[in-house]
Design a protein. Structure first.
Length: 227
């Protein structure tokens, strides 16, 4: 009976030590915090960014898109990599558009990379961005490390549009030609003046009258001979 008490005390001490060790080893729940982009990195277009590179981007980028690569520096004190980034852009008309790593990019895989990327139409201006990370230091931010600039697409001309050229107005019926003569209807053979037409009509009438008179004279002579 004298050895039961010390033995029980040893068991309690051992159990307490195991519980304490487990409590110490269990990771605390990481807190997700939103941090901004380095204000010195914006605003900028991809073409104007000082570091031009297509590293950490997909190999099949089109020529009319921009690639934006962000880095979470060690100075941010965050645990792990980016969780999510949303970036704010302005188009050529000053309208605001948003792109993010879920729909328009991704998180770069690999130990120690701590990078993420977003793909946008070429020519947009990055004006701001926010990232979700685990347990960063107070006042932490992230950087735009490099950009891969594309070429904005040109707007096509309107379908069927042709270059304008001076057109000549068609000549109106009856309009005088440069020579001063009245134009005629295609297929006609009428004289261009009235005088020759009048002479032709008078001559025809005279010939008809003369023919009729000669016919009457010949008829009367034949009747006289019959008598």
């Amino acid at each position: 009976m004298e050895f039961k008490q010390p033995f029980s005390s040893l068991r309690l001490a051992a159990a307490a030590g195991v519980v304490g060790a487990l409590a110490f080893a269990a990771p605390a729940h990481a807190e997700v915090v939103t941090i901004p982009i380095n204000p010195g990195n914006v605003p900028t277009t991809a073409a104007d960014h000082e570091d031009q590179s297509c590293d950490n981007l997909p190999d099949d980028l089109g020529e009319n898109v921009d690639g934006w690569v962000f880095v979470l520096p060690a100075s941010a004190g965050a645990e792990g990599n980016f969780l999510y980034i949303i970036a704010e852009f302005e188009d050529e008309n000053g309208d605001t558009v948003y792109y993010d790593t879920d729909a328009d990019g991704g998180i770069v895989s690999g130990s120690g990379d701590n990078k993420a990327y977003i793909i946008t139409p070429a020519g947009l201006t990055l004006v701001g961005a926010e990232a979700e990370v685990n347990d960063p230091d107070e006042g932490a931010d992230f950087n735009l490390t490099h950009a891969c600039a594309g070429t904005p697409g040109e707007e096509p001309s309107s379908p069927g549009e042709e270059p304008s050229s001076p057109s000549e107005e068609p000549t109106s019926p009856g309009e005088e030609t440069p020579s001063g003569e009245e134009s005629t209807t295609p297929g006609t053979t009428l004289p261009t003046t009235g005088t020759p037409l009048t002479i032709a009509l008078v001559s025809a009438a005279a010939l008809a009258a003369g023919g009729a008179a000669l016919f009457m004279i010949m008829r009367r002579r034949r009747e006289a001979q019959d008598w």
